[in-house]
Design a protein around this ligand. Structure first.
Ligand code: SAM
Length: 390
């Protein structure tokens, strides 16, 4: 039986690649589009560092059926196992269902029957009402279903069986909001990298514990802030002195607020020619070109692609002699989505990355094609590329 379940975010392939980068494919099993089984004890998974997993659950059992009536029956007859009572006080109970063929009304009714059975056994219970088959992070947090007086019962179809699990942690939306909107210096022109995505970029680069993480396009320093919070030594550079000042202010704020990073190196430098001090790995969102609110005409698009490609390619050439052989990096580079057919325009250099002395890393459980972070309707997406130096 697997030990933990990771419930994935809006773009599951990205969450899967992140988990594979950290744990390796042998310890993972993709159960369905939303859920990955992880053969690691929940206590050994540092959930706060994962950007692409929204809930982490501890597996408590398995029911040998996917028929809802049989699943409910098994839950009711094994209540001590599936719904252990708190030592005192009222139990907060919630239900979330993934992949099983069941309607909302049936889940709500099963919840009521669970509650009634617990009450009959002398346990006072509050049931968090389902507005959909799955409770969202805010409902889990608000009702403390991840605490010692609350249970979010997770039921996941796994082939012909149902895995039963308890949520042990959900993404801390408040903390992400503070780390994003609370920073003193922000700049819409260089884009707002969500802290979650910064974590994913860092995890895909997969630095070792004592590594120095370099961001050579550091902008306002989101990647550096997140790498610092994850305990890495951080080092940033950017072409624009103003960005270095912004990052300095933001990292001072982070140190004051979260006590991390303790220290850092920042310097102004053009990534296409800069000589960096020693570093181990690179996690970065490179230059994305100008933002577009609507899809541009094709000449304009080609000119932007050309500029971004040139900067990224020249950066990779400059980096080559400065990166150790085998060194692994993750870059978010732009990819532009054509609204007519949803196809993406990619940086041309990706087709000949080998000629620059790098190999593109592929994942067993996620396709590189799906590693483009974008919001619906957005023109410029971020393609996550993981490469190693020859
Ligand atoms: C999309 S932003 C990066 C955001 C950043 N990763 C973060 O965590 O906030 C791109 C940055 O690349 C910088 N840039 C553009 N061309 C550059 C170059 N040739 N060398 C270094 N930085 C460059 C811009 O000044 C901008 O700050």
């Amino acid at each position: 039986m697997i030990k933990a379940l990771a419930i994935l975010g809006r773009q599951p392939a990205i969450g899967i690649a992140e988990l594979e980068a950290i744990y390796g494919s042998e310890l993972l099993r993709v159960i369905n589009n939303d859920v990955v089984g992880v053969d690691v004890e929940v206590g050994d998974i540092v959930f706060d560092r994962l950007g692409g997993t929204i809930k982490l659950c501890r597996v408590v059992g398995e029911i040998n059926s996917v028929d809802w009536i049989a699943v409910e029956k098994s839950l009711l007859s094994n209540l001590d196992l599936y719904v252990p009572r708190p030592t005192s006080g009222k139990l907060q109970l919630g239900l979330s269902v993934y992949g099983l063929n069941v309607g909302l009304r049936q889940v709500q009714n099963s919840g009521l029957r669970l509650k009634q059975t617990l009450r009959n056994a002398g346990q006072s219970v509050r049931l968090v009402p389902n507005q959909s088959l799955q409770l969202n992070s805010a409902q889990v947090l608000h009702n403390r279903l991840d605490g010692d007086k609350g249970i979010e019962l997770i039921l996941v179809k796994d082939g012909g069986r149902t895995v039963v699990a308890h949520t042990s942690a959900v993404q801390n939306i408040t903390s992400y909001t503070i780390r994003d909107r609370g920073r003193p210096k922000r700049d819409a022109r260089v884009g707002m990298l969500p802290p979650k995505l910064a974590q994913i970029i860092i995890n895909l680069a997969n630095p070792s514990a004592l590594d120095v993480v370099l961001d050579p396009f550091c902008g306002t320093g989101v990647v550096l802030q997140e790498a610092g919070l994850m305990g890495y030594e951080v080092y940033g550079s950017d072409l624009e002195p103003r960005m270095i000042e912004f990052t300095q202010t933001n990292l001072e704020w982070s140190r004051e607020r979260f006590n991390r990073p303790k220290d850092w190196i920042l310097e102004v430098g053009d990534a296409t020619g800069h000589q960096w001090q020693p570093f181990d790995t690179i996690a970065s969102e490179a230059y994305l070109g100008q933002p577009f609110s609507a899809f541009p005409d094709i000449d304009k698009l080609h000119s932007v692609i050309h500029t971004c490609n040139l900067i990224t390619e020249n950066f990779l050439r400059n980096l080559y002699p400065q990166l150790k052989s085998g060194g692994r990096i993750c870059l978010a580079v732009p990819a532009w989505q054509d609204p007519k057919n949803s196809a993406f325009y990619h940086l041309p250099l990706l087709d000949h990355i080998g000629s620059l002395g790098y190999n593109r890393v592929s994942f067993s459980l996620a396709s590189n094609r799906d590693l483009i972070y974008y919001r619906p309707g957005q023109v410029v997406g971020r393609e996550l590329i993981v490469i190693t130096r020859n």
